[in-house]
Ligand binder design. Sequence first.
Ligand code: SF4
Ligand code: SF4
Ligand code: SF4
Length: 273
Amino acid sequence: MKKYRTSIILFLVFEVIAIWLWQATGNLFFLLNFSYIGICIGIGGILFAKGWKYAREFTQFGVGSYMLVFLGLICHENMQIEGFWYYLLCGFWGAGTLHYAIAKIFGPLLFGRGWCGFACWTAMVLDLLPYKQPKSPRKAWGFVRYIMFALSLAIVLLLFWLGKADAYTMFLLFVAGNIFYYAVGIALAILLKDNRAFCKYICPITVFLKPMSRYSLLRIKCDEEKCINCGKCLKVCPMNVEMNNNSRSRKNATECILCQKCTKVCPTKALKC
Ligand code: SF4
Ligand code: SF4
Ligand code: SF4
Protein backbone atom coordinates (compact mmCIF):
# COMPACT_ATOMS: atom_id res chain seq x y z
CA MET A 1 0.00 0.00 0.00
CA LYS A 2 2.93 2.37 0.64
CA LYS A 3 3.40 3.16 -3.05
CA TYR A 4 -0.26 4.22 -3.32
CA ARG A 5 -0.16 6.42 -0.21
CA THR A 6 0.25 9.80 -1.96
CA SER A 7 -2.57 9.03 -4.44
CA ILE A 8 -4.91 7.99 -1.65
CA ILE A 9 -4.08 11.08 0.44
CA LEU A 10 -4.65 13.40 -2.54
CA PHE A 11 -7.96 11.68 -3.34
CA LEU A 12 -9.06 12.07 0.28
CA VAL A 13 -8.05 15.76 0.34
CA PHE A 14 -10.25 16.42 -2.70
CA GLU A 15 -13.08 14.33 -1.22
CA VAL A 16 -12.97 16.35 2.03
CA ILE A 17 -13.09 19.59 0.01
CA ALA A 18 -16.00 18.18 -2.06
CA ILE A 19 -18.08 17.21 0.96
CA TRP A 20 -17.22 20.37 2.93
CA LEU A 21 -18.19 22.73 0.07
CA TRP A 22 -21.35 20.72 -0.69
CA GLN A 23 -22.44 20.90 2.94
CA ALA A 24 -21.44 24.56 3.34
CA THR A 25 -23.21 25.77 0.19
CA GLY A 26 -25.88 23.13 -0.38
CA ASN A 27 -24.70 23.01 -3.99
CA LEU A 28 -24.34 19.44 -5.32
CA PHE A 29 -22.03 20.72 -8.08
CA PHE A 30 -19.15 21.04 -5.60
CA LEU A 31 -19.52 17.41 -4.49
CA LEU A 32 -19.51 16.12 -8.07
CA ASN A 33 -16.82 18.49 -9.34
CA PHE A 34 -14.19 17.90 -6.67
CA SER A 35 -15.00 14.17 -6.38
CA TYR A 36 -14.43 13.80 -10.13
CA ILE A 37 -11.10 15.64 -9.95
CA GLY A 38 -10.04 13.62 -6.89
CA ILE A 39 -10.95 10.35 -8.62
CA CYS A 40 -8.95 11.30 -11.75
CA ILE A 41 -5.92 12.19 -9.60
CA GLY A 42 -6.28 9.08 -7.43
CA ILE A 43 -6.63 6.67 -10.37
CA GLY A 44 -3.80 8.38 -12.28
CA GLY A 45 -1.52 8.12 -9.24
CA ILE A 46 -2.32 4.43 -8.74
CA LEU A 47 -1.72 3.69 -12.44
CA PHE A 48 1.58 5.58 -12.20
CA ALA A 49 2.63 3.56 -9.15
CA LYS A 50 1.77 0.42 -11.14
CA GLY A 51 4.13 1.62 -13.88
CA TRP A 52 1.60 2.41 -16.61
CA LYS A 53 3.32 4.62 -19.19
CA TYR A 54 0.43 7.02 -19.77
CA ALA A 55 -0.77 7.44 -16.18
CA ARG A 56 0.13 11.15 -16.07
CA GLU A 57 -1.58 11.81 -19.40
CA PHE A 58 -4.68 9.96 -18.13
CA THR A 59 -5.06 12.48 -15.27
CA GLN A 60 -4.00 15.42 -17.42
CA PHE A 61 -6.69 14.71 -20.03
CA GLY A 62 -9.28 13.65 -17.46
CA VAL A 63 -9.01 16.90 -15.49
CA GLY A 64 -7.83 19.29 -18.24
CA SER A 65 -10.49 18.45 -20.82
CA TYR A 66 -13.22 18.45 -18.14
CA MET A 67 -12.27 21.99 -17.14
CA LEU A 68 -11.78 23.32 -20.65
CA VAL A 69 -14.76 21.69 -22.35
CA PHE A 70 -17.33 21.12 -19.62
CA LEU A 71 -16.72 23.95 -17.14
CA GLY A 72 -15.39 26.47 -19.68
CA LEU A 73 -17.12 25.92 -23.02
CA ILE A 74 -20.37 24.29 -21.85
CA CYS A 75 -20.97 25.88 -18.41
CA HIS A 76 -19.37 29.24 -19.39
CA GLU A 77 -17.12 29.43 -16.31
CA ASN A 78 -14.04 31.50 -17.11
CA MET A 79 -11.35 29.36 -15.49
CA GLN A 80 -8.46 31.46 -16.79
CA ILE A 81 -6.71 34.13 -14.75
CA GLU A 82 -8.99 36.86 -16.17
CA GLY A 83 -11.95 34.89 -14.81
CA PHE A 84 -10.31 34.74 -11.40
CA TRP A 85 -9.87 38.54 -11.35
CA TYR A 86 -13.44 39.01 -12.56
CA TYR A 87 -15.03 36.76 -9.92
CA LEU A 88 -12.78 38.23 -7.24
CA LEU A 89 -13.72 41.82 -8.15
CA CYS A 90 -17.40 40.84 -8.24
CA GLY A 91 -17.00 39.31 -4.77
CA PHE A 92 -18.29 36.02 -6.20
CA TRP A 93 -16.84 32.91 -4.54
CA GLY A 94 -17.68 30.40 -7.29
CA ALA A 95 -15.96 27.62 -9.24
CA GLY A 96 -13.40 29.98 -10.83
CA THR A 97 -12.17 31.50 -7.57
CA LEU A 98 -12.22 28.14 -5.77
CA HIS A 99 -10.26 26.59 -8.62
CA TYR A 100 -7.53 29.20 -8.22
CA ALA A 101 -7.50 28.99 -4.44
CA ILE A 102 -7.18 25.18 -4.46
CA ALA A 103 -5.11 24.39 -7.56
CA LYS A 104 -2.93 27.45 -7.88
CA ILE A 105 -2.63 29.46 -4.66
CA PHE A 106 -2.95 27.33 -1.50
CA GLY A 107 -2.89 23.78 -2.96
CA PRO A 108 0.74 24.20 -4.14
CA LEU A 109 1.76 24.29 -0.46
CA LEU A 110 0.78 20.61 -0.46
CA PHE A 111 1.31 19.40 -4.05
CA GLY A 112 3.61 22.03 -5.58
CA ARG A 113 3.11 22.51 -9.30
CA GLY A 114 1.22 19.23 -9.63
CA TRP A 115 -1.44 21.24 -11.45
CA CYS A 116 1.09 21.93 -14.23
CA GLY A 117 2.11 18.30 -14.55
CA PHE A 118 -1.25 16.59 -14.16
CA ALA A 119 -4.17 18.88 -14.94
CA CYS A 120 -3.52 22.02 -16.98
CA TRP A 121 -5.47 22.08 -20.25
CA THR A 122 -2.90 24.31 -21.95
CA ALA A 123 -0.03 21.94 -21.18
CA MET A 124 -2.29 18.99 -22.04
CA VAL A 125 -2.02 20.07 -25.70
CA LEU A 126 1.57 21.39 -25.56
CA ASP A 127 2.77 18.05 -24.18
CA LEU A 128 1.60 16.36 -27.40
CA LEU A 129 4.21 18.27 -29.43
CA PRO A 130 7.46 16.47 -30.30
CA TYR A 131 9.86 18.56 -28.15
CA LYS A 132 9.40 16.74 -24.85
CA GLN A 133 13.01 17.27 -23.88
CA PRO A 134 14.15 20.89 -24.33
CA LYS A 135 16.84 21.23 -26.95
CA SER A 136 18.39 24.37 -25.45
CA PRO A 137 19.22 25.74 -21.97
CA ARG A 138 16.64 27.83 -20.15
CA LYS A 139 16.53 31.49 -21.19
CA ALA A 140 16.26 34.52 -18.88
CA TRP A 141 12.82 35.46 -20.19
CA GLY A 142 10.88 34.77 -16.99
CA PHE A 143 10.07 38.50 -16.61
CA VAL A 144 7.46 38.12 -19.39
CA ARG A 145 5.15 36.26 -16.96
CA TYR A 146 4.87 39.40 -14.80
CA ILE A 147 3.90 41.49 -17.83
CA MET A 148 1.24 38.91 -18.72
CA PHE A 149 0.03 38.85 -15.12
CA ALA A 150 -0.35 42.64 -15.04
CA LEU A 151 -2.01 42.62 -18.49
CA SER A 152 -4.59 40.02 -17.39
CA LEU A 153 -5.63 42.24 -14.47
CA ALA A 154 -5.55 45.37 -16.63
CA ILE A 155 -7.90 43.79 -19.22
CA VAL A 156 -10.48 42.95 -16.55
CA LEU A 157 -10.20 46.37 -14.89
CA LEU A 158 -10.69 47.97 -18.31
CA LEU A 159 -13.83 45.88 -18.89
CA PHE A 160 -15.22 47.05 -15.53
CA TRP A 161 -14.34 50.65 -16.38
CA LEU A 162 -16.10 50.35 -19.76
CA GLY A 163 -19.12 48.73 -18.10
CA LYS A 164 -18.63 45.57 -20.21
CA ALA A 165 -17.62 43.19 -17.42
CA ASP A 166 -20.39 40.61 -17.58
CA ALA A 167 -20.64 36.82 -17.81
CA TYR A 168 -20.98 36.78 -21.61
CA THR A 169 -17.94 39.00 -22.20
CA MET A 170 -15.95 36.84 -19.78
CA PHE A 171 -16.95 33.75 -21.75
CA LEU A 172 -15.76 35.36 -24.99
CA LEU A 173 -12.54 36.33 -23.22
CA PHE A 174 -12.14 32.72 -22.09
CA VAL A 175 -12.39 31.47 -25.68
CA ALA A 176 -10.10 34.20 -27.05
CA GLY A 177 -7.61 33.74 -24.19
CA ASN A 178 -7.35 30.00 -24.80
CA ILE A 179 -6.86 30.46 -28.55
CA PHE A 180 -4.12 33.01 -27.77
CA TYR A 181 -2.42 30.70 -25.22
CA TYR A 182 -2.47 27.72 -27.59
CA ALA A 183 -1.20 29.78 -30.53
CA VAL A 184 1.65 31.37 -28.55
CA GLY A 185 2.45 28.10 -26.73
CA ILE A 186 2.66 26.05 -29.93
CA ALA A 187 4.64 28.74 -31.81
CA LEU A 188 7.15 29.08 -28.94
CA ALA A 189 7.48 25.31 -28.59
CA ILE A 190 8.35 24.97 -32.29
CA LEU A 191 10.64 28.00 -32.28
CA LEU A 192 12.61 26.97 -29.19
CA LYS A 193 12.15 23.21 -29.69
CA ASP A 194 10.73 23.03 -26.18
CA ASN A 195 7.15 21.92 -25.42
CA ARG A 196 7.10 23.73 -22.09
CA ALA A 197 8.54 27.08 -23.25
CA PHE A 198 5.17 28.76 -22.64
CA CYS A 199 5.18 27.48 -19.04
CA LYS A 200 8.72 28.73 -18.44
CA TYR A 201 8.43 32.25 -19.83
CA ILE A 202 4.87 33.36 -20.56
CA CYS A 203 2.26 31.79 -18.29
CA PRO A 204 0.97 34.42 -15.80
CA ILE A 205 -0.33 31.76 -13.40
CA THR A 206 3.25 30.93 -12.42
CA VAL A 207 3.28 34.24 -10.52
CA PHE A 208 1.03 32.42 -8.01
CA LEU A 209 2.43 28.93 -8.49
CA LYS A 210 6.14 29.56 -8.09
CA PRO A 211 6.30 31.23 -4.65
CA MET A 212 3.74 28.85 -3.14
CA SER A 213 5.38 25.67 -4.48
CA ARG A 214 8.66 26.77 -2.93
CA TYR A 215 7.23 25.46 0.36
CA SER A 216 5.54 22.39 -1.11
CA LEU A 217 5.36 19.28 1.06
CA LEU A 218 5.32 17.05 -2.02
CA ARG A 219 8.62 17.44 -3.85
CA ILE A 220 11.35 15.46 -5.58
CA LYS A 221 14.33 14.89 -3.32
CA CYS A 222 17.83 13.87 -4.29
CA ASP A 223 19.91 11.54 -2.15
CA GLU A 224 23.39 12.89 -2.90
CA GLU A 225 25.02 9.77 -1.46
CA LYS A 226 23.39 7.73 -4.23
CA CYS A 227 23.81 10.23 -7.08
CA ILE A 228 26.61 9.36 -9.51
CA ASN A 229 26.16 12.58 -11.54
CA CYS A 230 25.27 10.72 -14.71
CA GLY A 231 23.10 13.66 -15.83
CA LYS A 232 20.22 11.49 -17.09
CA CYS A 233 17.66 13.38 -14.97
CA LEU A 234 18.79 16.70 -16.46
CA LYS A 235 18.34 15.39 -20.01
CA VAL A 236 14.74 14.22 -19.59
CA CYS A 237 13.40 17.09 -17.47
CA PRO A 238 10.92 19.17 -19.51
CA MET A 239 11.43 22.14 -17.14
CA ASN A 240 15.28 22.22 -17.08
CA VAL A 241 15.33 21.59 -13.33
CA GLU A 242 18.68 20.71 -11.77
CA MET A 243 17.11 18.14 -9.51
CA ASN A 244 20.45 16.55 -8.62
CA ASN A 245 21.69 19.86 -7.16
CA ASN A 246 20.47 19.95 -3.57
CA SER A 247 21.85 23.43 -2.93
CA ARG A 248 18.93 24.83 -4.92
CA SER A 249 16.29 22.46 -3.52
CA ARG A 250 13.69 25.14 -2.71
CA LYS A 251 14.15 26.77 -6.10
CA ASN A 252 13.88 23.37 -7.81
CA ALA A 253 10.38 22.96 -6.41
CA THR A 254 9.23 26.23 -7.97
CA GLU A 255 9.98 24.89 -11.45
CA CYS A 256 9.31 21.19 -11.00
CA ILE A 257 5.94 20.00 -12.31
CA LEU A 258 6.24 16.62 -10.54
CA CYS A 259 6.02 14.69 -13.82
CA GLN A 260 8.55 12.20 -12.36
CA LYS A 261 10.36 11.61 -15.64
CA CYS A 262 13.62 12.09 -13.71
CA THR A 263 12.80 9.47 -11.07
CA LYS A 264 12.06 6.93 -13.81
CA VAL A 265 15.45 7.30 -15.52
CA CYS A 266 17.68 7.64 -12.45
CA PRO A 267 19.86 4.50 -12.49
CA THR A 268 20.65 4.59 -8.75
CA LYS A 269 17.18 5.53 -7.45
CA ALA A 270 18.69 8.71 -5.98
CA LEU A 271 15.54 10.70 -6.79
CA LYS A 272 12.33 10.16 -4.88
CA CYS A 273 9.03 12.01 -4.55
S1 SF4 B 1 2.82 26.95 -16.27
FE1 SF4 B 1 0.78 27.67 -16.88
S2 SF4 B 1 0.42 26.77 -18.90
FE2 SF4 B 1 2.12 25.66 -17.98
S3 SF4 B 1 1.18 23.94 -17.01
FE3 SF4 B 1 1.35 25.51 -15.44
S4 SF4 B 1 -0.59 26.61 -15.48
FE4 SF4 B 1 -0.46 25.40 -17.38
S1 SF4 C 1 12.61 17.58 -11.87
FE1 SF4 C 1 11.75 15.58 -12.41
S2 SF4 C 1 9.64 15.66 -11.73
FE2 SF4 C 1 10.38 17.74 -11.78
S3 SF4 C 1 9.81 18.51 -13.78
FE3 SF4 C 1 11.87 17.72 -13.97
S4 SF4 C 1 11.63 15.60 -14.63
FE4 SF4 C 1 9.64 16.30 -13.89
S1 SF4 D 1 19.83 10.53 -12.84
FE1 SF4 D 1 20.14 10.03 -10.67
S2 SF4 D 1 22.28 9.47 -10.54
FE2 SF4 D 1 22.03 10.52 -12.50
S3 SF4 D 1 22.51 12.69 -12.03
FE3 SF4 D 1 20.30 12.43 -11.79
S4 SF4 D 1 20.04 12.00 -9.61
FE4 SF4 D 1 22.18 11.64 -10.07
